[in-house]
Design a protein around this ligand. Structure first.
Ligand code: IFM
Length: 446
C-alpha cells in the first residue's frame, strides 16, 4: 500500500467494521428469531437459500477475530449488537447470555487496545416486533429506546462510540420500497412510515443514551453519488430525487429537523399524521457523523409513478456486486456532510470496501483490487482533510467475509477470507498490506 499511517494527522483512526447478523451465527446463544430469519426462510429471497444461523460463528470465535484486528494494527472495531440476542422478543425479558456476550466482547476489545464502536441496530429486527408492524409502527421508537437502555446500561460505560441505526436508507427504502431486504415489502405507505419512524427511533435512542450518560453518540448513514445519466432536465430532476431520498432525507432529519422537498413530493401524502412535531426529537445534537460510501449511480427519468427514475449501467470499473468504483464520490460526501450538515463535528468514514470473488490459491489470497480500492478512497479522504474537513477516521468494510444479506455468501468484502465450510480464517494480501501501512515504528502488531 502506497499510503501509511504517517500520511494522516496524528490521532486519525483506522478500523474494520462488522455486524451482528452477518458474522455472529444467530442460531447460538439464545437469540430470538428475527425478520431476517423469516425473510431468508422464504424461497427466492436470498441467493443460495443462505441464512445467518452460523455465518462466521463469531459468537464462539470472537477472541481469535479480535486478535486478527489487533494484529492488523487497527485502532477501532466497529460492530453491532443484535436486538433479538439482547431481548429475544424485542421487549420484556432480556437474554442474560446475550448481554454476557456483548460484555465479554467489549472487554475483549479493550484488552487488545481496540476502541469499541457500537451500532445498536444493523437490520435484524426481532420477529415479534415485525409481527406488530415493525418499522411501520410508531411504537417502535419506544421499543428501540428500551432496547438501547437495556444494552447500554450493561456496556455503555465501556463503548468508545455508539450509533443507533446503521444505514437508515436500507432499513426504510431498500426494505419497504424496493423489497430487497427484510421485510421485503414494496409499498410506498409502509416506506414513508419506515423513513420517518427509523429517524424517530434514532432520536429516542439518542435521548435514552444521553440520560444514561453514554458518551460519543453519533449517526451512520449510507451515501450514493447520484449523477444524471444524460444531459436532459428530466434526468437532472430524477437524479435530484434520488439524491434527496438516498442521501438528504436522513441528514436533513438528523441535522436540520427537516426533510428535503424533492422527497416530500412523493412521500408527504403517506407520512403519519403530525410527523412535523417529531422533528425536534429527531434532530437531537450529536457528537459525530459516520459516512458509509461505496459507489455512484447514473440515474435517468422513467415513466410510471413517483419517483420516476431508472438506473443506467455506468462505464467505470465495477466490483463483484456490480458497483462502479468512484472515489470522488467519497470526497464529495465528506465535504458536503461537513459543510451543509454536521458543521464542524468529526466525520468518520464508517464503511468503505470492495467485494471480490477472492479464493485461496496456494494458501494465499491476492486481492490487489481491494488494496487499490482502499488506497484510492484513502486518497479521497486525504483530499478532504487537506481542505479542512475534520475527518477523524477510516473504517474498512469488512474485517472478514460474511453473510452479504440477499446476496448470500458469494460476495466477499473481507480483509480476511472465511472458508464457510470449515470457518477457517485466512488473512488476504489486503490485510497484510494494511497491517504494514498502520504499523507504528517499532511495533509489529498488538
Ligand atoms: O454488508 C453491508 C453492510 O451490512 C452495510 N453496508 C454495506 C455492506 C456491503 O453491502
Amino acid at each position: 500500500m502506497r499510503l501509511s499511517r504517517a500520511d494522516f494527522p496524528p490521532g486519525f483512526l483506522f478500523g474494520a467494521a462488522t455486524s451482528a447478523y452477518q458474522i455472529e451465527g444467530h442460531g447460538a446463544g439464545g437469540a430470538g428469531r428475527t425478520h431476517w430469519d423469516d425473510f431468508a426462510a422464504t424461497p427466492g429471497n436470498v441467493a443460495g437459500a443462505a441464512d445467518g444461523r452460523i455465518a462466521c460463528d463469531h459468537y464462539h470465535r470472537w477472541a481469535a477475530d479480535l486478535d486478527l484486528a489487533a494484529a492488523a494494527n487497527l485502532d477501532v472495531w466497529r460492530f453491532s449488537a443484535s436486538w433479538a440476542r439482547v431481548l429475544p422478543e424485542g421487549r420484556g425479558r432480556a437474554n442474560p447470555e446475550g448481554l454476557d456476550f456483548y460484555d465479554r466482547l467489549v472487554d475483549g476489545m479493550l484488552a487488545r487496545g481496540l476502541k469499541p464502536a457500537l451500532t445498536l441496530y444493523h437490520w435484524e429486527l426481532p420477529s415479534a416486533l415485525a409481527d406488530l408492524g415493525g418499522w411501520r409502527n410508531r411504537d417502535i421508537a419506544h421499543w428501540f429506546a428500551d432496547y438501547a437502555r437495556t444494552l447500554m446500561a450493561r456496556i455503555g460505560d465501556r463503548t468508545w462510540s455508539v450509533a443507533p441505526v446503521n444505514e437508515p436508507w436500507c432499513v426504510a427504502w431498500l426494505s419497504h420500497f424496493m423489497g430487497v431486504h427484510a421485510p421485503g415489502l414494496r409499498d410506498i405507505r409502509a416506506t414513508a412510515r419506515a423513513m420517518h419512524h427509523v429517524l424517530l427511533a434514532h432520536g429516542g435512542a439518542v435521548a435514552a443514551m444521553r440520560a444514561l450518560g453514554v458518551r460519543n453518540v453519533g449517526a451512520v448513514c449510507n451515501f450514493e453519488y447520484a449523477a444524471p445519466a444524460d444531459a436532459t432536465p428530466a434526468a437532472a430532476a430524477a437524479a435530484a430525487r434520488y439524491d434527496a431520498i438516498y442521501n438528504l432525507w436522513f441528514l436533513g432529519g438528523i441535522f436540520r429537523g427537516e426533510y428535503p422537498a424533492p422527497a416530500l413530493e412523493g412521500l408527504a401524502a403517506h407520512l403519519p399524521e403530525g410527523w412535523q412535531d417529531d422533528l425536534p426529537a429527531i434532530a437531537a445534537p450529536l457528537d459525530w457523523v459516520g459516512v458509509n460510501y461505496y459507489t455512484r449511480k447514473l440515474i435517468c427519468a422513467a415513466d410510471g409513478p413517483w419517483p420516476g427514475w431508472a438506473e443506467v449501467p455506468g462505464p467505470l470499473e465495477k466490483t463483484q456486486v456490480g458497483w462502479e468504483i468512484f472515489p470522488d464520490g467519497l470526497y464529495h460526501f465528506l465535504n458536503m456532510v461537513h459543510r451543509d450538515y454536521a458543521r464542524g463535528l468529526p466525520v468518520l468514514v464508517t464503511e468503505n470496501g470492495l467485494a471480490a470473488p477472492d479464493c485461496l490459491s496456494g494458501g494465499q489470497i491476492v486481492d490487489a483490487g481491494r488494496i487499490a480500492y482502499i488506497e484510492a478512497h484513502l486518497g479521497a479522504v486525504r483530499r478532504a482533510l487537506a481542505e479542512g474537513v475534520p475527518v477523524a477516521g477510516y473504517i474498512v468494510w469488512s474485517l472478514m467475509d460474511n453473510f452479504e444479506w440477499a446476496l448470500g455468501y458469494a460476495p466477499r468484502f473481507g480483509l480476511v477470507h472465511v472458508d464457510f465450510a470449515s470457518l477457517r480464517r485466512t488473512p488476504k494480501a489486503s490485510y497484510h498490506a494494511l497491517a504494514q501501512a498502520l504499523a507504528r515504528p517499532g511495533e509489529e502488531g498488538r
